[in-house]
Design a protein around this ligand. Structure first.
Ligand SMILES: Nc1ncnc2c1ncn2[C@@H]1O[C@H](COP(=O)(O)OP(=O)(O)OP(=O)(O)O)[C@@H](O)[C@H]1O
Ligand SMILES: [Mg+2]
Length: 255
């Protein structure tokens, strides 16, 4: 049976999509669920964040989207129990162009996830754009998590993203829901952060996760070692915050 699928999306770059996708996937796997992380970003940050050597990879997300290769070929086991990955390499940048006039181009990832069997949850790490790869992510997803930073332009970006989500919902994926908005890299001592946070609460209080991810240097070190935070430093503040978010997330999803 198809797993429950959550896309981590925000067209804004560097807001914590990958950090959130990798760490939440790993923590949910540690809780005993079978999780597959789908790296949909040509930067392949989720892939290296899980310690995979991109040079040694063979089949990847590129083959899944362009050639329709199935999970039996594209899913790789990670070194962590209950956690699998469909890796991404730079080749995926080509998929964006190759799919531009291909038939059923928005639904390629959806076709792939429908073939996934034996997993409880699939987590998609989207790239920082609203292009074909993100559209594929949103079309394949049951829910979207929107990681965002409390900064001046965040709300403008959020409005744009909500419009795109609405469009994808109308055109390709009527059942898509917003699972939640996750504040990342928060610095409570900054006035601006508190102001933006209260602004977000004004408009989206029902969607906001009650846990806020603090700025925590351990979270930025972990990918350099190819380890998710619960393995790199399970006692860090970052690990504790992502454990709380993972619990909130599971309460919001039928997993
Ligand atoms: N809570 C945090 N505290 C400190 N550093 C963080 C935190 N979250 C993320 N970072 C760092 O911020 C940078 C951007 O994070 P990340 O790569 O997760 O964002 P992204 O949205 O996936 O970026 P892109 O849009 O390029 O895919 C990375 O260097 C990451 O290690
Ligand atoms: Mg990323």
């Amino acid at each position: 049976m198809k797993p429950y699928v959550i896309a981590f999306a925000n067209q804004k770059g560097g807001v914590g999509k990958t950090t959130s996708a990798v760490n939440i996937a790993s923590i949910i796997a540690e809780m005993g669920k079978k999780v597959v992380l789908l790296d949909c970003d040509p930067q392949g940050n989720s892939t290296s964040g899980l310690g995979q050597n991109k040079k040694k990879l063979r089949e990847s997300m590129y083959d899944a989207l362009t050639d329709g290769l199935g999970p039996d070929k594209c899913v790789v086991q990670t070194r962590y129990d209950n956690l699998w990955l469909v890796p991404a390499t730079m080749a995926l940048a080509g998929a964006e162009i190759e799919l531009a006039d291909a038939s059923g181009r928005e639904k390629r990832l959806r076709d792939f996830v429908e073939k996934l069997d034996g997993y409880d949850i699939a987590i998609i790490d989207c790239p920082p754009s609203l292009g074909m790869l993100t559209v594929n992510g949103l079309t394949a997803a049951d829910g979207v998590v929107i990681p965002m930073q409390c900064e001046y332009y965040a709300l403008e970006g959020l409005t744009q993203l909500m419009i795109s989500i609405k469009k994808v919902k109308q055109l390709y994926n009527p059942d898509l829901t917003i699972t939640g908005i996750l504040i990342t890299m928060h610095n409570g001592r900054l006035n601006l952060s508190s102001q933006v946070l209260s602004e977000i609460k004004k408009y989206y209080s029902d969607k906001l996760f009650s846990t806020v991810i603090p700025r925590n240097v351990t979270l930025s070190e972990a990918p350099g070692y190819g380890e998710p935070i619960n393995h790199y430093d399970r006692h860090s503040k970052g690990a504790a915050a992502y454990r709380e978010v993972a619990e909130e997330l599971l309460k919001r999803c039928p997993v």
